[in-house]
Design a protein around this ligand. Structure first.
Ligand SMILES: CC(C)(COP(=O)(O)OP(=O)(O)OC[C@H]1O[C@@H](n2cnc3c(N)ncnc32)[C@H](O)[C@@H]1OP(=O)(O)O)[C@@H](O)C(=O)NCCC(=O)NCCS
Length: 245
């Protein structure tokens, strides 16, 4: 009985969310990037990536929390057994706290390095990189006249013919779960089919679960997984997805 109530409530919540998405996404227009959208796109991308810091920490921290807790317990046992001064234990706790803080700073710096490298390369001049290069394109989503989302498609000489990469997908935090990313993807897929592309590729991380669900929903298949090159961040994995068109 309880299960029945829970599942009917879940169904109601899901259909209410779908109605909400439908009502709101009707006001969303997807169009090609224009020069005046540059700063807004840079802002939306930065907001999305800054949020990534806490998501990455959620992936990277558990191993270190477990290690520091287990080792602190071990040190505590030694302190009790050998009747060492309690200051030894406190010193160890301090070392653990410093290590975790350094890890936080490390993740923070790495995320900002990535953000700054994107802002200094393709997102510095979106018009030039995405709108004038053959096979490249950038779309923005407008909601009530404001740019609230973006996605880019890149085809370069290093890629095989018929293949392009989806990148810089981001939606303003206030407009998430309204179907904006879905609309951007629909537009990108139509364009890719018109261009007779055969394969779309993209890379994301295991920290970006909303993005992974989004891409899976649209039929992207996971084709490769590799860990972050830094030993300290090996729990952060890059997931490469592919969609055959
Ligand atoms: C990933 C992101 C673009 C999704 O944008 P969005 O407009 O909120 O997504 P939509 O509302 O169109 O949702 C489409 C589907 O994505 C998935 N999804 C999106 N957000 C989700 C969330 N928070 N939790 C679980 N699934 C989610 C769902 O499958 C959803 O379909 P459903 O509503 O039928 O369940 C957005 O969360 C974002 O900008 N994140 C930060 C930047 C980022 O990680 N970009 C990806 C770079 S690879």
């Amino acid at each position: 009985m309880k299960m029945k109530i829970t599942s009917s409530r879940a169904r109601e919540e899901s259909s209410a969310r779908q109605c909400y998405q439908l009502l709101n996404s009707n006001n969303v227009q997807v169009r090609a990037f224009r020069t005046e959208d540059l700063h807004k796109c840079q802002e939306i991308f930065t907001q999305g990536m800054v949020q990534l810091i806490s998501l990455v920490l959620r992936v990277v921290f558990p191993r270190y929390i477990w290690l520091t807790s287990a080792s602190s317990f071990f040190v505590l046992v030694l302190v009790v057994l050998f009747q060492w001064r309690s200051a030894v234990f406190l010193l160890y706790i301090l070392i653990c706290a410093i290590t975790l803080s350094m890890l936080y700073i490390h993740v923070y710096i790495e995320c900002w390095k990535f953000i700054n490298s994107c802002l200094a390369t393709d997102l510095k001049d979106i018009e030039k990189v995405y709108m004038t290069n053959n096979g490249c394109h950038m779309w923005v989503a407008e909601w009530n006249g404001k740019v609230v989302g973006m996605v880019g498609l890149v085809h370069n000489e290093n890629q095989k013919p018929g293949m392009a990469e989806l990148q810089r997908m981001s939606v303003s935090p206030a407009c998430r779960r309204m179907g904006v990313a879905g609309k951007l993807l629909d537009e990108l897929l139509n364009y890719a089919k018109d261009q007779r592309l055969e394969r779309l590729v993209l890379t994301t991380t295991n920290a970006q679960t909303p993005a992974i669900r989004l891409y899976r929903k649209y039929g992207f298949k996971l084709v490769a997984v590799f860990s972050h090159p830094y030993k300290t961040l090996t729990d952060l994995q890059y997931h490469c997805f592919e969609l055959q068109l």
